[in-house]
Design a binder for this molecule. Structure first.
Ligand code: FMN
Length: 198
């Protein structure tokens, strides 16, 4: 493969996916049918605790993050597991159809799970939208924007004098002159080709 960074040109947004007792940041979201109750697909890594929760529960919600999102939301839901911290205690939440949604978001979609498709690393969850609302009519943050600006957004500070490799998906920092060939990001699971030297 010559350069798989071309996949970053696929337009994706930034969302907090929530279900009962947990949730995480996702960008892999797609509307796959139209009508009053469209189908929404979301791909969730098998290693994420949210995947386990989604398999148990029938309802999930997606809160759409705007350009002015508080970076703490990305940090809390994207870099930590609900196994370690109670993410819902860290940010302001509301409740719709029994599912927590993020108040500092542009709006939400609540879906009833219909189907699941497994691949090597992810489960694709397909749901029918049963409720949705716009909370603020502002510009949504794209995954591309996040990738371009994540260092300033998340204020990534690396230790001076050390070579750092930063995961372009989640921001995890690996220190070392070279990154091992078989290295996988401990936070989001991607291989070493997703790391950029700083
Ligand atoms: C910008 C960004 C995009 C992400 N996109 C996805 C995604 O589409 N699917 C996914 O499963 N995880 C994605 N993640 C990783 C999860 O949010 C992260 O692994 C989280 O800590 C999992 O938490 P959990 O163990 O509580 O489920 C993304 C993280 C970031 C920062």
């Amino acid at each position: 493969m010559k350069n798989k960074k071309i996949t970053r040109k696929i337009t994706q947004g930034m969302y907090v996916l929530t279900t009962k007792n947990g949730g995480c940041i996702v960008d892999a979201v797609l509307q796959i049918s139209a009508g009053d109750n469209p189908l929404i697909a979301v791909a969730v890594m098998k290693k994420n605790y949210t995947n386990e929760l989604l398999k148990k529960h029938d309802t999930f919600a997606l809160s759409v993050l705007g350009m002015d999102v508080n970076p703490k939301i990305i940090e809390t839901f994207g870099f930590h597991s609900m196994k370690e911290i109670d993410k819902f205690k860290e940010v302001e939440i509301g409740e719709v159809e029994g599912i927590n949604i993020i108040k500092n978001s542009l709006g939400y979609m609540v879906c009833e799970k219909l189907d699941m498709i497994e691949n090597e690393t992810h489960t694709l969850f397909i749901g029918r939208m049963i409720e949705a609302d716009v909370l603020e009519d502002k510009e949504a943050m794209s995954y591309g924007y996040y990738q371009e600006h994540k260092e300033e957004l998340l204020k990534v500070v690396t230790e001076e004098g050390k070579t750092a490799w930063i995961c372009t998906v989640c921001g995890y920092i690996y220190y070392g002159e070279e990154i091992p060939k078989d290295f996988k990001c401990p936070t989001c699971g991607v291989d070493n080709s997703f790391f950029e030297r700083k």
